[in-house]
Design a protein around this ligand. Structure first.
Ligand code: ADP
Ligand code: MG
Length: 254
């Protein structure tokens, strides 16, 4: 297997604060890598460096074999690396219809006929066709997040960055969205990084999970360790203890 994402010695400072301190990780093509840790541990900063939302960083970052520098990303990169954010309320323009929201990547990347692509994109994430001409506030939280996922999938990326994609949702809906994402990632063979403060969420989708604490990676948990609920670091043990109830809910929704 080849490496899709390779990060070595990544350090990010926000003024006096070291948000990332010598972070190294890699994700194989087609694999799902989980990043878990308490709020403020630096998870989102890793994704922000990849997408160019943070420009000032030190280290080596390569995506699909190409070294990144600063915050410059070309259009082909932006098409190939898509992100889904935590808050579907904030990430969808409130005064745009779903049609307009989904038309945006289609026109930016010249993907083709919106009349064909938009109904297909809605169907791909399990949304009924009539959602197309509604506004975000007319949808449920789970439906809104499905729209955000549809928007991310339209450019047919090979890499999907998921930043707490279920954290703003009710527990039952979290499991549905997680199952949707897991199916899409596997069927399409996408490389994914799934970020969550909740270990149950990442364990559901990712066979490899990295535990972050205060800007560092403190432990890697394998599938076996996750299933057995064993971990060496106190941070990972605390996350395992906190995760049990969500795990049960997502099993029930399958
Ligand atoms: P996580 O996603 O794990 O919650 P973040 O990557 O968002 O963590 O943040 C890591 C640390 O950097 C936190 O202490 C956070 O307060 C700080 N931070 C994040 N963004 C900024 C910013 N734009 N300016 C200053 N500090 C920031
Ligand atoms: Mg975050």
């Amino acid at each position: 297997m080849s490496t899709a994402i390779e990060i070595q010695g990544l350090t990010v400072r926000y003024r006096a604060l070291k948000a990332l301190d010598q972070v190294s990780l890699s994700a194989e093509r087609g694999a799902c890598l989980g990043l878990v840790g308490e709020s403020g541990s630096g998870k989102s900063t890793v994704l922000r460096v990849l997408t160019g939302l943070v420009g000032d960083w030190q280290g080596k970052v390569a995506v699909a074999g190409r070294r990144l520098a600063g915050s410059r990303r070309d259009l082909a990169f932006c098409r190939d690396v898509q992100m889904v954010f935590q808050d579907p309320y904030g990430s969808l323009h409130p005064r745009h219809t779903i049609d307009a929201i989904l038309d945006e990547p289609i026109s930016i990347h010249r993907l083709g006929d919106p009349g064909r692509l938009i109904p297909q994109a809605l169907a791909d994430v399990g949304l009924p066709a009539e959602v197309r001409f509604r506004y975000p506030h007319q949808l449920s939280g789970g439906q809104r997040q499905r729209v955000a996922i549809a928007r991310a999938l339209l450019p047919e990326p090979s890499i999907l960055l998921l930043d707490e994609p279920t954290s703003a949702l009710d527990v039952s809906v979290q499991a549905e969205i997680l199952n949707l994402l897991t199916g899409i990632q596997r069927r399409r063979g996408l490389t994914a990084i799934l970020v969550s403060h909740n270990l149950a969420v990442v364990a559901h989708m990712c066979p490899r999970v990295l535990v972050m604490d205060r800007g560092r990676i403190v432990e890697e948990l394998s599938r076996d360790a996750l299933d057995a609920g064993v971990a060496g670091s106190p941070q990972a043990r605390a996350l395992i203890a906190a995760s049990r109830h969500v795990r049960q809910a997502s099993k029930a929704a399958e």
